[in-house]
Design a protein around this ligand. Structure first.
Ligand code: NAD
Length: 483
């Protein structure tokens, strides 16, 4: 899909972004997925085959580099990402019309600071009577990566850091609604690498990514590993490619709040997590199961934290706006989220049903029954349904059901270790966050490294450089054991 900005809008955005980040005004009033401010993007090609060849040449070039030299490339990517985070945040919001500039800036900083580099690549050694065997993490070669619209440039940079640290070249097929910001990130990675002694092109992309360019990538013999971050459709398609694939798919993270929780803190944490980048992260809180005795206090705390409580009739009115009916290939009808509402400010969504609020309203909350579509659908917008439950059995049963077997992410606010343990066991998610906002699960205000590719379906979990390697063994029989 082509970007639908008018030239005047584009020029205005670019000028404003460049002014605000203190850079020189762009020389041209034209902006597209191949250039920015009059400068052509490096590594962005008309033809997917050319992109793959360029990434392959980049891969061959870094194969000749020492790990120390490769780490310098990673350091340069981190530095340039920090410097240009505000540009990418603004371009991302302007292009996708989703998310918040301040939060997108923070997400880029997180990627720059906490995505592991070459230190994640470690060798294992086994010695014994019959000598020494070494197992090393080797690159695949060229990785094909499909990236989402929800964290577009964040994913391009996070994947690039990990995949380059592992010694690979990368070809991206970015989301059609986020081409410009994704290709900006591709160009940034190449600029950083080249300045630090790397090849001119190490990561590549195409001007107009489509399902056809994705298919070319799947089938190209130079692509040895596919990594896909997106919804169920695209994850299924890479897993059917016949190649080694890493799939990071959809979630619908439930939150349980029981009667032992610090309810005021839980309310603040949940609203902070749920409103982060307007609920775009796949790990963000999507529905709450609150014990009946603390539910009123929780709702009160959420309102104090910037949520607007709406009644059931208003919630049902909102359903018709945020969910649209589509006919599937089999002719069945199903509800799907409206792209006009995903990642939008609460005020923008409420305006659609005639409710005017200021920016202090960060989120809409409503009490609904379990069957309500707000509980069942992955909305990815600042609307948070709350379901009252009687006890931990009911809470776990419903929360597990609402997660739909994605085994992605779940959250709980409780001081009861039995409750915490029982829910964690039952829900089987890749990420389980206790007594904190959801983003603690990807290293933001919590321990552990960051990623924007959480691979539940294929099991790599919180991906990092080592996820993009293949293990190779080297054996020395009967020698090199020195004890
Ligand atoms: P999406 O599923 O609409 O698109 C993802 C990418 O896949 C895009 O580049 C799209 O063009 C492409 N695509 C879609 N169908 C395809 C097909 N059949 N073949 C080839 N390419 C195809 O994703 P989105 O709306 O931008 O992102 C939101 C979804 O992604 C949510 O479900 C969210 O939970 C999930 N997500 C998961 C993670 C994770 O780490 N697990 C991270 C971000 C987003």
């Amino acid at each position: 899909m082509a970007i639908q900005w008018t030239e005047a809008e584009i020029a205005e955005i670019v000028n404003r972004v460049m002014r605000e980040v203190g850079a020189a005004a762009p020389a041209v009033a034209e902006y597209d997925a191949t250039q920015f401010g009059g400068r052509r993007y490096v590594g962005v090609y008309e033809d997917m085959r050319d992109a793959i060849s360029a990434a392959e040449a980049g891969y061959r070039a870094i194969r000749e580099m020492r790990v120390e030299e490769r780490e310098k490339l990673i350091t340069a990517i981190r530095e340039l990402t920090r410097k240009e985070a505000p540009i990418m945040a603004k371009l991302g919001v302007a292009e996708t019309k989703m998310g918040r500039v301040d939060h997108k800036t923070a997400k880029h900083m997180l990627v720059a600071d906490k995505t592991p580099g070459t230190e994640d690549i470690v060798a294992a050694v086994k010695t014994g009577d019959r000598g020494l065997t070494l197992t090393e993490m080797a690159p695949f070669g060229v990785v094909g990566s499909i990236t989402p619209s929800t964290n577009p440039s964040e994913t391009v940079i996070c994947n690039s850091i990990g995949m380059i640290a592992a010694g690979n070249g990368v070809v991206f097929n970015p989301h059609p609604n986020a081409i410009s910001v994704s290709n900006y990130a591709v160009d940034l990675v190449n600029r950083a690498c080249a300045a630090a002694g790397g090849p001119r092109v190490l990561v590549a992309s195409v001007v107009k990514p489509t399902l056809e360019t994705a298919d070319l990538m799947y089938k190209h013999p130079a692509i040895r590993l596919l990594v896909c971050t997106g919804g169920p459709g695209v994850v299924k398609s890479v897993l059917s490619s016949g190649k080694k694939a890493i799939g990071a798919g959809a979630g619908n993270p439930p939150v349980i709040v029981d009667d032992t929780a610090d309810v005021k803190k839980a309310a603040r944490d949940i609203i902070d997590g749920c409103t982060f980048d307007n609920n775009l992260p796949c790990i963000a809180e999507k529905e709450v199961f609150a014990f009946d005795p603390i539910a009123d206090e929780l709702i009160d705390g959420m309102q104090k934290a910037g949520a607007l409580l709406i009644d059931r009739a208003t919630a049902d009115k909102l359903v018709d706006v945020v969910l649209t009916e589509v006919t599937t290939k089999t002719g069945a009808k199903r509800k799907t989220v409206s792209r006009d509402c995903v990642g939008r400010d609460a005020a923008v969504i409420l305006e659609k049903i005639g409710i005017r609020v200021g920016p202090e309203i960060r989120c809409v909350i409503c009490e609904v029954p379990f069957e309500h579509p707000f509980v069942q659908e992955e909305l990815m917008m600042p609307i948070l349904p709350i379901v009252r439950v009687h006890d931990i059995d009911e809470a776990i049963k419903l929360a597990v059901k609402a997660e739909h077997g994605n085994r992605h992410t779940a959250h709980m606010h409780s001081k009861n270790i039995d409750h915490l343990t029982r829910f964690a066991r039952a829900v089987e998610t890749t990420i389980f966050v206790k007594n904190a906002p959801s983003y603690a699960g990807i290293g933001f205000g919590g321990e552990g490294h960051a990623t924007f590719t959480i691979a539940g379906p294929t099991g790599e979990g919180i991906t990092s450089a080592r996820s993009f390697t293949r293990l190779r063994r080297c054996v020395m029989a009967d020698n090199f054991r020195i004890i």
